[in-house]
Design a protein around this ligand. Structure first.
Ligand code: ADP
Ligand code: MG
Length: 561
């Protein structure tokens, strides 16, 4: 059958160059990536068969096989999972579909402009391509479950790959690495060493729920030994926290979160009683760049009694916690449960409530126990959490308790509402805030003048959602949340303020000017009045107390309303 040659997409080529030439300290992780893909492929087939019993695929012994060959210097990772079609191989392996990887490349480029990339490279895993860290050539043979013909993919990682149709491919995928020449001085990196392979699997892939078997090993007497299962397959979420190391949790996070960095927080919940379930949730350390896009995929996996059911399970947490990753394993759901059923299920709603409270409680303890970690959390996820102030009235108080805002007060410049209220001097009844697109636009706002002059603390809100939640929440502990840019702002008298008489006199003096301005601006503004809110600027635009602010108008317009 003809062999076709293709070029890698530009980003893929960049990544491959990095893999081939990087002086990467921990090359072992390539195996984690290949095993992770094999595990995903088995999950997918298990599920496809569940959905469609007629699918022509054997699911009787789903597993992963590792085979080493010292003489040929090859290592093969094989699964009998869902496989890929000819087109899929081209799409999935020839391009970078994983948004995390694209993001990584971007960060790497930025880092290259600045200082060392070493640290960055040391922390990531980039899936399939990481095989090129240890191999000169990689081949992949695959057949999609239910299809007759298979595909062979081959590349030396240098710009091109070939595709060829194959008639007698077994179901699933096998990836063969033609390992780089052995370094006689460094036996530690000999990936044909059975000892080495066992060590890596134990370290990075122990929790994988499918058996990872080592085949082709010869015993002491030279006879072939039977396959040995290398991993314990213990579901981490079903074990008590004392039994599991931080590192094991982190490896699971990297597998399901497709992230190469450590998570910020690990949260475990084991619910007993009539509706039993276990949850192991992770808060990432970085917000994904597509968090605010329509198609953002939630990071929760649903299992039923240890069987993977679905990725991206949005029914388990409210949208404002969509960045949380992890596993929820329920004991009493049907394996056939669909997204639609989940949305309506009473137990799922109870789970959602409980998981939400658990996540918020862990944010709270971060806040009280580890200020730095909390600051990272809020910087990355504050803007999305604030959506909850609008949509989740049940948890509004809990959300307000963990929310912090930029403020004009103090050196570090952030505050909670509670701290703001505690600082409020006698005579101040309201919590003042200003919204804007950026700190700069706020700092230059004429509305700030009188507040600055009088030393009144103002919250500086720059996220688009801010205008929505302040409106929805309205008040905190009986104090109104008020915009300094809306309606009449009466800041009370100051010593050098004008007396009542002076002000009347001033009003008369300016009456003519105001009339003239009213006439000229009739089409543009509702009213023109003398102001006490300015100290330097001659005039400013003020919205009616009930009007939409400009940013909100923009937001609604962008949403097409
Ligand atoms: P990621 O796993 O983060 O998506 P990878 O580079 O590891 O990125 O893999 C790219 C894609 O190739 C996977 O999403 C999957 O669709 C496909 N793939 C890789 N390995 C296998 C495999 N063993 N079986 C089936 N599909 C695979
Ligand atoms: Mg992968």
């Amino acid at each position: 059958m003809p062999t076709e040659t293709f070029e890698f997409q530009v980003e893929a080529r960049q990544l491959l160059q990095l893999m081939i030439h990087s002086v990467y300290s921990n090359k072992d992780v390539f195996l984690r990536e290949l095993v992770s893909n094999a595990s995903d492929a088995l999950d997918k087939l298990r599920l496809a068969k569940l959905r469609d019993d007629a699918l022509d695929a054997d699911v009787s012994d789903l597993h992963i096989e590792l085979e080493t060959d010292k003489d040929a210097r090859t290592l093969t990772v094989r699964d009998n999972g869902v496989g890929m079609s000819y087109d899929e191989v081209g799409q999935l392996i020839g391009t970078i579909a994983n948004s995390g990887t694209a993001q990584f490349l971007r960060e790497l480029r930025e880092a290259q402009e600045g200082a060392g990339t070493e640290g960055l490279i040391g922390q990531f895993g980039v899936g399939f391509y990481s095989g090129f860290m240890v191999a000169d050539e990689v081949t992949l043979l695959t057949r999609r479950a239910g299809e007759g013909q298979g595909t062979r993919w081959t590349s030396r990682g240098e710009g091109t790959y070939t595709l060829e149709r194959v008639d007698d491919a077994p179901q699933g995928t096998s990836v063969t690495l033609y390992l780089k020449p052995a370094d006689p001085d460094n036996q530690l990196h000999d990936y044909t060493s059975v000892w080495k392979i066992k060590e890596i699997v134990k370290r990075y892939s122990d929790f994988i729920t499918w058996p990872i078997r080592l085949v082709g090993e010869t015993g002491e007497d030279g006879a072939a030994a039977g396959p040995e299962t290398l991993n314990s397959m213990k579901a981490l979420w079903a074990r008590s926290r004392e039994e599991v190391s931080e590192e094991e949790y982190h490896e699971l996070y990297k597998h399901i979160g497709h992230d190469w960095r450590e998570p910020l927080e690990t949260i475990q919940l084991q619910a007993e009683g009539t509706f039993e379930y276990q949850a192991l949730l992770f808060v990432p350390s970085h917000a994904p760049h597509d968090l605010f896009t329509q198609n953002f995929r939630h990071g929760l996996q649903l299992y039923v009694k240890r069987v993977f059911i679905m990725d991206d399970c949005e029914a388990l947490l409210p949208p404002y916690l969509r960045f949380v990753k992890g596993v929820v394993d329920a004991q009493d759901l049907s394996l056939n449960v669909s997204r639609e059923i989940l949305q309506q299920d009473r137990h799922i709603r109870m789970m959602q409530r409980r998981l939400t409270k658990k996540v918020l409680a862990s944010v709270k303890s971060m806040m009280t126990g580890d200020a730095e970690r909390y600051a990272t959390f809020w910087r990355e996820f504050g803007a999305v959490l604030k959506e909850g102030l609008v949509t989740d009235t049940d948890n509004r108080d809990a959300l307000l308790a963990v929310a912090s805002f930029a403020t004009t007060h103090g050196d570090d410049g952030t505050t909670t509402l509670k701290q703001y209220v505690e600082r409020m001097p006698d005579g101040q009844d309201d919590i003042w805030f200003i919204t804007g697109e950026s700190r700069e636009s706020i700092d230059n706002s004429p509305h700030m003048e009188a507040f600055r002059e009088r030393g009144i603390e103002v919250l500086l809100l720059t996220d688009p959602v801010d205008e929505v939640w302040v409106d929805a929440v309205g008040e905190y502990e009986g104090k109104r949340l008020r915009s300094i840019a809306k309606g009449e702002v009466d800041l009370g008298a100051r010593e050098d303020d004008k007396s009542e008489g002076e002000r009347e006199q001033q009003a008369e003096e300016y009456a003519g000017l105001l009339d003239w301005m009213r006439e000229r601006l009739d089409e543009e503004v509702k009213e023109v009045r003398l102001s006490t809110r300015l100290t330097v600027s001659p005039a400013c635009l003020v919205a009616d107390a009930n009007d939409l602010t400009p940013a909100l108008e923009n937001m609604y317009r962008a949403m097409g309303q």
